[in-house]
Design a protein around this ligand. Structure first.
Ligand SMILES: Cc1cc2nc3c(=O)[nH]c(=O)nc-3n(C[C@H](O)[C@H](O)[C@H](O)COP(=O)(O)OP(=O)(O)OC[C@H]3O[C@@H](n4cnc5c(N)ncnc54)[C@H](O)[C@@H]3O)c2cc1C
Length: 384
């Protein structure tokens, strides 16, 4: 544990994810003592994952679903570096960024999210649009929405990954574009079941919803290659091939496979799990380096592994802030135990949502969407 001290310490936050947004907001309300606080984030704003599919479907503006980190750091009196972290030197407590001299820290907290896995599939990096970083996803989505008028024939979208993110994205895109043009959406998933980390009751329900909305499902199919195809007018097509030999030409392919960790973390000396995520204890501290905290998608709780979802990154925010405070004061840190069963409200893109908790699932309804909308707007209100 850290020795209680009156000297000012450097607390450095890497990544402006959900937990760190809450840490900054909490610091504004109840400042951490004797601390020089800094944030390094690639972007000025960070998207709130709960409203992201709703934004794609056209329910929320960009500002409504983004937290302004510049504003938050200003209010928190924190230094803000807009840059990308590329490595850590844990012997000397320094962080390396793409375009800055090394930054020193005494206490470090990491909340950098995740990136979609298997972008190493031939052609995926080049031709697919990854769901993360979200900034690029949204820029590409906006471009497609603008270009769609130029299409001579129907528009065909491929979505690779049938977890909650892929399913929500498919429904949101279908809802937004369906009146614009003749549209085909194809959803590919390696497993035979969609949303494999969820209960069977919601897997079954979401499959029904997708089929009713005319989204073509390719379950048990592993995408193995993407390649650029013939040009039609000014528009490139991408050919998607599966291991089974199934092949399809698409206008755009979105890559929403399960979460993975960035490569650079593996050389830092931090203990990670087999997938490269930082292993943390119940106090949200690295199991190998107690002065380093981690939360959100990038962290795996050794004793309580849970799915990579924004809802956990949000819930870890407050306990993270409280444990940072205790660490600074030299007090005993408190455990955070995530709920085993938690409520998921999943938008279906058409002004409705479904609800799930454990093996209890409710079908799409407007009431559930109003409830989700109320929760999400209330969450965002605290950052305005
Ligand atoms: C399409 C889609 C829909 C989803 N919908 C939902 C949903 O409805 N509900 C839900 O709970 N979850 C949802 N998720 C999952 C959710 O997005 C993630 O679980 C959540 O964003 C994780 O939050 P986080 O705080 O860990 O990281 P993030 O929200 O990803 O934030 C990480 C931040 O760190 C920054 N960063 C990353 N690397 C670096 C670096 N090297 N240097 C500096 N800064 C860096 C990023 O720019 C980003 O701002 C969805 C995911 C997708 C892809």
């Amino acid at each position: 544990m850290y020795q209680k001290s009156q000297t000012t310490k450097k607390l450095l936050l890497i990544g402006g994810g959900h937990s760190h947004a809450i840490v900054l907001r909490s610091h504004i309300n109840n400042p951490l003592p004797n601390i020089n606080l800094s944030l390094i984030s690639e972007n000025l704003e960070t998207p709130y994952s709960g409203m992201l599919p709703g934004h794609i479907a056209g329910f929320y503006t960009h500002d409504e679903c983004h937290i302004n980190l510049q504003h938050l750091t200003n209010l928190a009196g924190a230094k803000f570096y807009i840059n990308r972290v590329i490595n850590l030197d844990l012997n000397n407590n320094r962080v390396f960024c793409e375009n800055l001299p090394p930054i020193d820290f005494d206490i470090l907290s990491i909340d950098i999210g995740s990136i979609p896995a298997s972008l190493t599939v031939t052609g995926a990096e080049e031709y697919a649009i990854a769901a993360k970083p979200v900034k690029r996803l949204l820029a590409e989505w906006e471009k497609l929405c603008n270009e769609i008028q130029d299409y001579q024939s129907s528009v065909r979208i491929g979505i690779v990954g049938g977890g909650a993110g892929g399913v929500e994205l498919a429904l949101a895109m279908q809802a937004k574009l369906t009146n614009e043009r003749e549209l085909e959406i194809h959803l590919y998933n390696r497993d035979r079941n969609l949303m494999s980390s969820y209960d069977y009751s919601i897997q079954k329900l979401m499959k029904k919803v997708l089929l009713r909305r005319n989204i073509k499902l390719h379950l048990g199919e592993t995408v193995s290659k993407l390649e650029k195809k013939s040009k039609q007018g000014n528009i490139d097509k991408i050919n998607l091939t599966c291991e089974s030999g199934l092949s399809l030409e698409c206008d755009r392919i979105f890559w929403v496979t399960q979460a993975s960790a960035p490569q650079w973390l593996t050389t830092t000396g931090l203990t990670t799990d087999k997938k490269g995520f930082i292993l943390i204890n119940n106090k949200l501290q690295s199991v190998s380096h107690p002065h380093i905290f981690a939360s959100g998608d990038i962290a795996t709780m050794v004793n309580h592994p849970h799915p990579k979802a924004g809802v956990f990154a949000v819930r870890q925010g407050k306990p993270l802030f409280n444990n940072l405070r205790r660490y600074i004061f030299g007090e005993t840190l408190k455990s955070y135990i995530p709920q085993r069963d938690y409520l998921s409200l999943i938008g279906t893109g058409d002004g409705k949502a479904v609800a799930n908790r454990g093996n209890f699932t409710l079908p799409p309804s407007r009431l559930l969407w109003f409830w989700k909308d109320w929760i999400d707007r209330k969450f965002m209100q605290q950052f305005k």
